[in-house]
Unconditional design. Sequence first.
Length: 288
Amino acid sequence: MVETGTNREYRDRLFKFIFGNPQNREWTLSLYNAVNGSHYTDASAIRLNTIENAVYMSMKNDVSFLIDNTMSFYEQQSTFNPNMPMRFLIYAGMIYSKYVEESKHYHRYSSAQQKAPTPKCVCFYNGTADKEDRITLSLSDSFDGESDIEVRVTMININFGHNNALLDACKPLKEYAWFVGKVRSNQQTMETLEEAVDTALEELPDDSLIKPFLLANKAEVKRMCITEYDEARTFAEQREEGREEGRKEGVLATLIGLVKKGILTLAQAAEEAHMTVAEFEAKTGLKA
């Protein structure tokens, strides 16, 4: 069962397990270089600062780190979420608050302009919905009026057939994308998700960089894959339930309007709504 609510125990995603793991800094650096077109070689220069003790919307952030005065925020999503900028805003607020408190160089009460690391927000998308190679999501789209705050998130599609140059530039990312895609395709022909994960692990090429790491943590990898699959399925079911509820509310609104205009009687409207007259009255507030 998928746990919901802000107090549920957080479970790491496979993306974070691979790219936010201190022992895999070389892969994190490779991902950073691929995204930014840079050529850094010293993985020890990466300062991971992923949020570990606070939860927002039942989810901690995936990966965040500082290098070369750039504060990178990386998230992975298997379902398209246009509200990611709000989540990045919350994450960035937490990270920068900690940065200001701990920095010996940032003096928030100084009369001089203080310099801070430049934030870069990236969401790696590998869901099944067809999306463009890159999409810019803007926080200002969430507001009705003109906003004094803006957050822009670059959503990068890492499904195979998209952003090939980026995937070629970061072998661990390409292997991760291949593995996730393989698990998904295996599910179409195999009885269990565990079997789909096991087979995908076996079929990873022997020269794969991430294969030894995944095999060494096989039980954890399988648990994360199952958790992510269950979450994606639950979100899909909740969206469908929301759409169905919306359709019902739309029908009720139409029936209410027809009753008020005298086109339908209350009894006729209740029948159309598959309710008793008493149920219809209780639901709509109309009275005979």
